[in-house]
Design a protein around this ligand. Structure first.
Ligand code: PLP
Ligand code: TYF
Length: 396
């Protein structure tokens, strides 16, 4: 059995981190993986997390199993964050939320659930999308297709192409949408475009699956959640995966959630019963700690305010790095226009760097980016940016 097994391909992004870790150059910089580092190049432990952990330490609890769908206080906090505490979705109990093993786990739960109840539907993801989207839905048994998304010529969204495809695919198709801060391009739809997508999705009976891994990194918690709210208010079904890996800097705790919006409370309770069955056959019930930290922070007005402040700090620092990136490249590579970088949102920029340029950055400067030219702006800081800009100017 095992001696015939072939080597699996490496994850293209996590593989970069492996190569980066093996690099002995003290000036090395990892612009590959989507992780937020502070201005000292360090992964932050948020103060709101530290305080929530301290509170939890004071009243250490025994470690019984959580319910199948996770910590109730966590699920409630997620719903209020994602849909709004005053939303009709929450008030009418139309949404169900289950704690999940990160955003990835939430996507997998949604994929397994959909495979059970929409076995013949096909999945449509943006071209390009986060690599794992395709792999996750394929591993759940779906055929995965692309809808046009990125337009290299305008460095924006090929909206006409996207809409045309959404108008032509079979009704009942599953459409994966990035709720904000598109990974990998950084190019998001504007408000008017979102309304058009919502209109097509609703009138054509498509099943929207909104993936929100970066709430708070675009324009703020409320603003970034707006799209999810508009879809949810329009009625079910809507699938929403969200993640606190980035927004709480809790990557390794694996805290995320899947929410499913139904048409009414009775339907929602049937949905939850089936979602629990999917969870039971995957991992039975989720781990406690990360969910407790997030639930504690979101339930305390003081910690919640602190979180919003710290999240805003991350968002603003990324913006400043985008501006510095553009400004410095203007000085060092005046023949090239990088203005588009300040229009992109979230952690990433599709920088337009080519594969040979990415190769040179790695081989000559120990600067690691994704082969597609995606760079993580959140890994730039006031200490490393000049080195990065000088290197980019040389390879352009
Ligand atoms: N969805 C997108 C678009 C992402 O970029 C990520 C990144 O990690 C995830 C989902 C997964 O989140 P998590 O790390 O919480 O599993
Ligand atoms: O796109 C990124 O860099 C992040 C982190 O299999 C990540 O979303 C990348 C690949 C992966 C899991 C997480």
């Amino acid at each position: 059995l095992l001696n015939a097994i072939e080597m699996a391909p490496r994850d293209p992004i996590l593989g970069i981190t492996e190569a980066f870790n093996a690099d002995k150059n003290p000036n090395k910089i990892n612009l590959g993986v989507g992780v937020y580092n502070d201005d000292n190049g360090k992964l932050p432990l948020l103060e709101c997390v530290r305080k929530a952990e301290a509170q939890l330490m004071e009243k250490l609890s025994p470690r019984g199993y959580l319910p199948i769908d996770g910590l109730a206080a966590y699920d409630k906090a997620v719903q209020e964050l994602v849909f709004g505490a005053d939303s009709s979705v929450v008030k009418d109990k139309r949404a169900v939320t289950a704690q999940a093993i990160g955003g990835t786990g939430a996507l997998k739960l949604g994929a397994d659930f959909l495979k059970r109840f929409a076995p013949n539907a096909q999945v449509w993801i943006s071209d390009p999308s986060w690599e794992n989207h395709r792999a996750l839905f394929e591993s759940a048994g779906f055929v995965v297709n692309n809808y046009p998304y990125y337009d290299a010529a305008t460095r924006g969204v090929n909206f006409a192409g996207m809409l045309d495809t959404l108008k032509s695919i079979p009704s009942g198709s599953i459409v994966l949408l990035h709720a904000c801060c598109h990974n990998p391009t950084g190019a998001d739809l504007n408000d008017a475009q979102w309304l058009e997508v919502l209109n097509v999705v609703t009138t054509r009976g498509l099943i929207p699956f909104l993936d929100m891994a970066y709430q708070g990194f675009g324009d703020g918690i409320e603003a970034d959640g707006k799209v999810v709210r508009q879809f949810a208010e329009a009625g079910g079904p809507v699938f929403v995966s969200n993640s606190f890996s980035k927004s709480f800097s809790l990557y390794g705790e694996r805290v995320g959630a899947l929410s499913i919006v139904s048409s009414n409370a009775e339907e929602a309770s049937r949905v939850l019963s089936q979602l629990k069955r999917v969870i039971r056959t995957n991992y039975s019930n989720p781990p406690m700690h990360g969910g407790q930290v997030v639930a504690t922070a979101l339930a305390s007005p003081e910690l919640r305010a602190l979180w919003e402040e710290e999240l805003a700090g991350m968002r603003v620092r990324i913006r400043e790095m985008r501006q510095a990136f553009v400004q410095k490249l203007k000085e060092q590579a005046p023949a090239h226009n990088f203005d588009f970088v300040t229009k992109q949102r979230g952690m990433f920029s599709y920088s337009g760097l080519t594969k040979p340029q990415v190769d040179r950055l790695r081989d000559e400067f120990s600067i690691y980016a994704v082969d597609t030219g995606r760079i993580c702006v959140a890994a730039l800081n006031t200490k490393n940016i000049d080195y990065v800009i000088a290197a980019i100017a040389k390879v352009l």
